[in-house]
Design a protein around this ligand. Structure first.
Ligand SMILES: Cc1ncc(COP(=O)(O)O)c(C=O)c1O
Length: 396
């Protein structure tokens, strides 16, 4: 995360890249900084603004990482990843969509994968279609390469997801690619599998490139999320050990790339990263162990219980949540019953209730003033307490 550049001393205009004007900071930092100040002053805050699981990395994964360090596995490895990890990632996909190991690339988080994807796709001036609201870094990665993110407003009518029709409506001569995030950050909604097949077909017809961010895939509470690899081998699929596997700080993720792009992906990953952290790769090799998956499944069920508590409780308070989120650990709530300025609302809630939430502005421009994101990566007890504090404040 970065701090607000406007608040910092800036380098001389002659040396500063103009693109930096278009790269946006995380506005939740304002909430976080105030939260930390409150905590320093002795007022504990319930953090529902967080974007990472509250569970530790599973023990067998940590132990494998420590073994790797003790054995001196601290040097560079292959740019595309340890062969045995690439094979394990390929094998974790169901037989019906399993990619060839040669198309799997290990990356420093899915953030690394997204930088590779847009690096091999985007020329200056190219447009990329993205859902608004959506994960803000994707638009910034596009801008980094001189591309133009085109934010398409989405709402409850499409489960906050792009559709084949929306994509066709916003397609221009300059459109190069489309990014779909499912389950979505911030809405927790999944794209319907039939719509996903339509999207895949439509983007191919339009001769564009589809990129699918599946980073929250293990975290679905209805039917398991279905990988876009089921529909095509020509899509880029991005994923990560961060969320479901509880490894955010290890910085390790992956992507599956269409075969024809692999030489470019290899060149760029050598140059950008040399290789992904070796101890993190050795640790991640154990993320698919049966005992680890059993533990992760228990955690997923716990998250589902938290969602099942939080969504009705927030609705009862007067937040509008028209679509039940089916994945990730986020609730994107319409707060227009209380405020039409979600930035101020988030800061007010923090001040009066000591509950931290993320204002909608971090996720796009469409009706962002009327939305906030709650994360339920926190204990059920804390969620219950947060709801009680909100109830008291909103009734006052
Ligand atoms: C939708 C989405 N994509 C990608 C990322 C990047 O995650 P990482 O680089 O840790 O894999 C995040 C992190 O919050 C996210 O929410």
């Amino acid at each position: 995360m970065c701090s607000d550049p406007a608040a910092e001393k800036q380098p001389p205009p002659a040396t500063r890249a103009r693109r930096m004007d278009s790269i946006r900071p995380f506005y939740v930092m304002e909430v976080l900084e105030r939260a930390f100040a409150l905590e320093r002053a002795g007022h504990p805050v319930i953090h529902l603004e967080v974007g990472e699981p509250d569970f530790p990395t599973p023990a067998p994964v940590v132990e494998a990482g420590m073994r790797a360090l003790a054995e001196g596995r601290t040097r560079y490895v292959q740019a595309l990843g340890l062969p045995e990890l690439r094979a394990a990632i390929a094998d974790h996909y169901p037989q019906t969509c399993r990619p060839h190991t040669d198309r799997v690339v290990v990356t420093p988080g899915s953030s690394g994968a997204l930088q590779l994807v847009f690096g091999v796709l985007i020329d200056p001036g190219d447009e990329v279609l993205l859902a608004d609201p959506g994960y803000p870094c994707n638009a910034n990665f596009v801008r980094l390469y001189g591309g133009e993110p085109v934010l398409i407003p989405v709402g409850p009518d499409t489960d906050y997801q792009l559709t084949a029709d929306l994509i066709a409506q916003h397609w221009s001569e300059r459109t190069k690619a489309v990014l779909v995030g499912t389950p979505s950050n911030p809405t927790g909604t999944l794209i319907d599998p039939i719509e996903m097949a339509h999207v895949t077909a439509r983007v191919a017809e339009l001769r564009g490139q589809l990129v699918v961010d599946e980073i929250y895939h293990g975290l679905a509470y209805g039917d398991p999320a279905r990988s876009a690899l089921h529909d095509s081998d020509e899509v880029f699929v991005v994923n990560s050990f961060s969320k479901y596997y509880g490894m955010t700080g290890w910085r390790i993720g992956w992507m599956v790339a269409p075969e024809a792009f692999m030489p470019d992906v290899a060149k760029l990953s050598q140059n950008l990263f040399i290789s992904t952290s070796t101890p993190a790769q050795c640790a991640a090799l154990h993320a698919f162990d049966t005992e680890v998956i059993d533990e992760l499944e228990r955690r997923r069920q716990l998250l589902q219980r938290r969602r099942d508590f939080l969504v009705p409780a927030l609705r009862d308070l007067g937040f509008k949540i028209p679509v039940m989120p089916q994945g990730a650990f986020y609730v994107y709530a319409d707060c227009s019953n209380f405020s039409d300025d979600s930035d101020r609302f988030a800061l007010e809630l923090l001040e009066h209730t000591r509950v931290g939430i993320t204002p909608g502005r971090d996720f796009g421009t469409y009706r962002h003033h009327e939305h906030v994101r709650f994360s339920y990566a926190n204990t059920l007890e804390n969620l219950e307490q947060a709801v009680e504090r909100l109830r008291a404040f909103l009734a006052s």
